[in-house]
Design a protein around this ligand. Structure first.
Ligand SMILES: *[C@@H]1O[C@H](CO)[C@@H](O)[C@H](O)[C@H]1NC(C)=O
Ligand SMILES: *[C@@H]1O[C@H](CO)[C@@H](O)[C@H](O)[C@H]1NC(C)=O
Ligand SMILES: *[C@@H]1O[C@H](CO)[C@@H](O)[C@H](O)[C@H]1NC(C)=O
Ligand SMILES: *[C@@H]1O[C@H](CO)[C@@H](O)[C@H](O)[C@H]1NC(C)=O
Ligand SMILES: *[C@@H]1O[C@H](CO)[C@@H](O)[C@H](O)[C@H]1NC(C)=O
Ligand SMILES: [Zn+2]
Length: 493
């Protein structure tokens, strides 16, 4: 089988590279035997390098865009002690179950909703009118096994309208409702410190900090209800943007972003997962089939958004590595990004690297000396702050860059070793920040872009690289240095 032979050779390449670096360090004479085995299999590092770099081609090595000083300042203001205070306050409402009291001033989701909205209004005061707080709501009818009684679902949105491109929207959201073991239990304490006090804390910290900044495109910091009950608040939010004709070019839900400790104690304090869907589930069968036929299944808008976040969110300022997962969500689970995906908006989900299921969706109790429940004591506020920095990097870089190119095509009218791409600018407005475009590419077996070809302020370019052998896409470049996510071409001609 070709596939298994290939994966074995990649594995052996990796082994050879690791062994060579070990021997170069000079400290592992005991590995001679293993080196001999590898030599017997006739593998050289040159072959490995060739395997990694094929096809050879045009352009420069892809270098991740770095944060500017304004973004560095935004990231540095994210404060773990404020995150702690927010999470402790949210937990103090006892339960934030979507069907808990909406009128009790101290206990239940209504008190939590009013506190979040009041805090957001306080942050907005520093914005000189740029940040507007809204609390859109609707009445959800009962749904068997999910919503028992007619329920008011209220979202809280802090919106900073883009100074240049207000219809282009980027959203960071968390859910403020919580639950225990029984989804319908609206009585018992449901602290929801990690799920999803952590996500709400990130929305609130970013609202506080961004209130004094002026994004070029619109940014929204949201806290939504009804997630546990069936993504109700997020579905309503997505629908509202859709009906308003908003051009949502990126949405992130932060859901369970408060701890890096696995149930066996393993810690990955500098990793965050980002779940990014492949072929959109909204594609028609014909479009999905075409996508597969051209090898585009790994280049959906959500996945290009994921690559973008890995690019801007993995650095010394965030102190995080963004682990993109090529999957819409975890098995058996869903999240608030999904209603956005369902309406055709690129969206993705941040979640901590290791989940401890004893701390999620659990009655607060001790069993055999083991504490169950989503308690504040299990949250790592420094980790949550780093997750917040990744969000800040993604959100700000998106809002400051020109829009993602649209209508990207690749000419397939003739057989040629060259590739001709066309595209249009990704914005409804004439963005004076648009410096030009880049064609980015990678080998079909690479997960992330490896090369970039600056092509200037044009809408068409032919490059000397076979479309049969590489994956290409187009991204916009701002005069301010910020670059958009890439957009994958579909055939024309
Ligand atoms: C639904 O309403 C009934 C009647 O008011 C009440 O007894 C019950 O506790 C409510 N259940 C939930 C889950 O809100
Ligand atoms: C739902 O609750 C919010 C917040 O209290 C309130 O402003 C709104 O009027 C309510 N919506 C409906 C339809 O009753
Ligand atoms: C881009 O594609 C859409 C959908 O196919 C089409 O309606 C629109 O006219 C195109 N825009 C440009 C500028 O080509
Ligand atoms: C395409 O490239 C191959 C290999 O470099 C070459 O043999 C062939 O002539 C080229 N075809 C065209 C149409 O340029
Ligand atoms: C391929 O592109 C190169 C560079 O743009 C150009 O010189 C060459 O003529 C092109 N070949 C074809 C067959 O289009
Ligand atoms: Zn959650």
């Amino acid at each position: 089988m070709l596939v298994s032979k290939f994966s074995k050779s990649v594995f052996r390449c990796l082994a050879a590279i690791i062994l060579l670096s070990a021997t170069q360090a000079g400290a592992h004479p005991g590995h001679e035997h293993e080196r001999d085995i590898l030599t017997d299999r006739d593998l050289s590092l040159d072959q490995c390098a060739f395997a990694g770099q094929w096809p050879p081609g045009v352009g420069q090595q892809f270098v991740p865009q770095a944060p500017d000083s304004e973004l560095q300042s935004i990231m540095s203001q994210i404060d773990p002690t404020r995150i702690q205070a927010i999470i402790e306050k949210l937990v103090s409402f006892g339960t934030r179950h979507t069907e808990s009291s909406q009128t009790d001033p101290v206990r239940g989701i209504g008190a939590a909703r009013d506190w979040i909205a009041e805090q957001m209004r306080g942050f907005a005061e520093a914005s000189e009118g740029r940040m507007v707080i809204t609390t859109p709501s609707y009445i959800q009818q009962p749904v068997p096994d999910q919503i028992v009684n007619t329920t008011n679902i209220t979202n809280i949105l802090a919106t900073i309208k883009g100074s240049v491109d207000p219809n282009r929207v980027y959203i960071v959201s968390g859910h403020y409702d919580s639950r225990v073991t029984n989804l319908l239990n609206n009585i018992d304490d449901a602290p929801g410190a990690d799920d999803d006090g952590s996500g709400v804390a990130i929305s609130m910290e970013l609202a506080r900090i961004l209130a004094t900044h002026i994004p070029r495109a619109t940014v929204v910091l949201a806290a939504v209800a009804g997630e546990e009950q069936g993504l109700f608040g997020s579905t309503f939010m997505a629908q509202q943007f859709f009906e308003a004709g908003a051009d949502v070019q990126g949405m992130f839900t932060n859901d369970i972003v408060g701890s890096s400790t696995a149930d066996d104690g393993t810690k990955d304090p500098n990793d965050i997962r980002l779940f990014a869907q492949g072929i959109p589930s909204t594609d028609s069968p014909a479009l999905a089939s075409e996508t597969v036929s051209i090898g585009g299944e790994n280049d959906s808008p959500a996945r290009e958004l994921g690559r973008f976040v890995a690019e801007v969110g993995t650095n010394d300022d965030t102190e995080m590595t963004v682990r993109v997962i090529y999957r819409a969500d975890r098995f058996l689970r869903g999240g608030d990004h999904e209603p956005f995906l369902a309406l055709g908006f690129p969206a993705a989900r941040f979640t901590e690297p290791n989940e401890n299921f004893a701390h999620q969706h659990q009655d607060v109790r001790v069993v055999d000396g083991v504490q169950f429940g989503d308690l504040t004591e299990f949250v790592d506020f420094e980790f949550t702050a780093r997750a917040g920095r990744v969000n800040a990097a993604a959100l700000w870089s998106l809002a400051q860059a020109p829009g993602t190119p649209r209508n990207v095509t690749i000419d397939i009218s003739v057989l040629t070793n060259n590739s001709t791409l066309t595209w249009v600018a990704g914005s409804d407005v004439d963005d004076d920040n648009l410096a030009g475009f880049e064609i980015v590419w990678r080998s079909t077996i690479e997960p992330f872009w490896t090369h970039t070809i600056p092509v200037g302020l044009v809408n068409k370019m032919t490059i000397q690289l076979s479309k049969d052998n590489a994956i290409m896409a187009v991204r916009a470049v701002g005069k301010n240095g910020f670059k958009s996510p890439a957009a994958y071409p579909f055939p024309t001609g």
